[in-house]
Design a protein around this ligand. Structure first.
Ligand SMILES: Nc1nc2c(ncn2[C@@H]2O[C@H](COP(=O)(O)OP(=O)(O)OP(=O)(O)O)[C@@H](O)[C@H]2O)c(=O)[nH]1
Ligand SMILES: [Zn+2]
Length: 337
């Protein structure tokens, strides 16, 4: 498993152009731990010491290293992030340089239009291509679900399958072969692990590896970037399973292009699409051209994104102010004040 070329690992001109120091070697991150980075280069697996906080790195990132330290992080081609959970609002990077992100949902009660749109908006914001995978197609006729999914975004491909049938699952190889990277997101129980096992040849026993954390406890961690049987890559991190919007304005605009186009035709630039005169959005609803539920979902996502982006920006500003204060104190100390 160590005979990977750079292009097998997903390397391209986009990254090559960023290399300014030929003395350093590229490697791709397979796992980000609290104090170290696991990576894969053309000479095999490596453990690297980060020069920034490991929070700045994401699985799938390319770094330049000297054998021990990760000295540069190359700009990612795609960058999936979410708003971190909890009070400490910040944009948390989840996975980088993923070519396609598959939203996995089942042909049953898990199928939820609002959730799919949320995922699609985040995917569009990351720069990756969206794919909708409908599992459990063996348990019910998937055609209604597939038709609804196809209506969601012109960007998204839709595929229905039985994840438990390995041959059927391997239809996803088109998106994770020859150095291409596919990520799986979706709720619990929809079949992500089943698909992962079919695509990587892993079994339950091999997918979770035991690692000691800093306190010497045993924790089960997942190898986050894993090679597929088709010589591509699969990303499956627990962090990708629940996603909150932040800085996803462009992604929302891409998924709801129809509404954004209408909104651009409203008489007032700051139209709230309520009862004001000349609202093209409300006109479309009145004509039956726009589903009012879809309008409500668009408004909800925009509110959530605006709220989260604002809290993220605030805590960034607070962080900066704090950093400045610390620097001033340190400088004063140095000067012996
Ligand atoms: N019949 C059928 N069963 C499926 C299919 N996909 C998954 N299952 C079953 O659904 C259950 C959950 O599948 P998992 O692969 O563990 O789901 P998951 O998305 O990894 O769930 P988490 O690990 O909780 O995130 C398992 O019992 C699978 O065998 C499918 O397409 N058809
Ligand atoms: Zn309007």
């Amino acid at each position: 498993m160590t005979d990977f070329s750079l292009s097998d690992l997903g390397w391209s001109d986009f990254f090559a152009r960023q290399v300014t120091d030929d003395a350093l070697t590229p490697a791709r991150l397979t796992q980000v731990q609290r104090d170290r980075l696991m990576a894969l280069g053309t000479d095999g697996p490596l453990t690297l010491v980060p020069t920034d906080s490991t929070g700045d790195y994401a699985v799938g990132d390319w770094v330049l290293h000297d054998g021990t330290h990760a000295l540069h992080r190359l700009d990612p081609q795609t960058d999936l992030a979410r708003k971190a959970a909890g009070h400490d609002a910040h944009r948390q990077r989840i996975a980088a340089n993923v070519d396609t992100i598959a939203v996995v949902t089942s042909c049953n009660a898990d199928f939820n239009i609002a959730r799919l749109e949320r995922y699609l908006a985040l995917i569009a914001a990351s720069g990756a291509l969206p794919l909708i995978v409908l599992t459990k197609a063996d348990q019910t006729d998937p055609s209604d679900y597939a038709a609804k999914a196809r209506k969601l975004s012109p960007l998204a491909s839709v595929i229905a399958l039985n994840a438990k049938d390995a041959d059927d699952a391997r239809r996803l190889e088109a998106w994770c072969k020859n150095g291409k990277t596919l990520a799986l997101v979706g709720s619990s129980g929809v079949g992500k692990t089943t698909l992962r096992n079919a695509l990587t040849g892993e079994t339950e026993a091999t997918q979770a590896i035991r690692a000691d954390d800093a306190k010497g406890r045993h924790t089960t961690t997942f190898r986050a970037l894993v090679p597929t049987l088709a010589r591509g890559w699969l990303v499956d991190t627990p962090g990708m399973r629940e996603l909150q919007m932040a800085d996803a304005q462009d992604g929302i605009a891409a998924v709801f292009e129809d509404i954004e186009d209408l909104a651009a035709q409203c008489r007032f630039n700051d139209c709230a699409h309520g009862p004001e005169p000349g609202c093209a959005v409300q006109a479309a609803v009145a004509e039956g051209a726009l589903d009012p539920d879809r309008l409500a979902r668009w408004e909800k996502l925009r509110r959530e994104d605006a709220h989260n982006s604002a809290t993220v920006a605030e805590s960034r500003a607070r962080g900066k102010a704090f950093g400045k204060m610390v620097k001033t104190i340190m400088a004063d100390k140095k000067r012996g004040r």
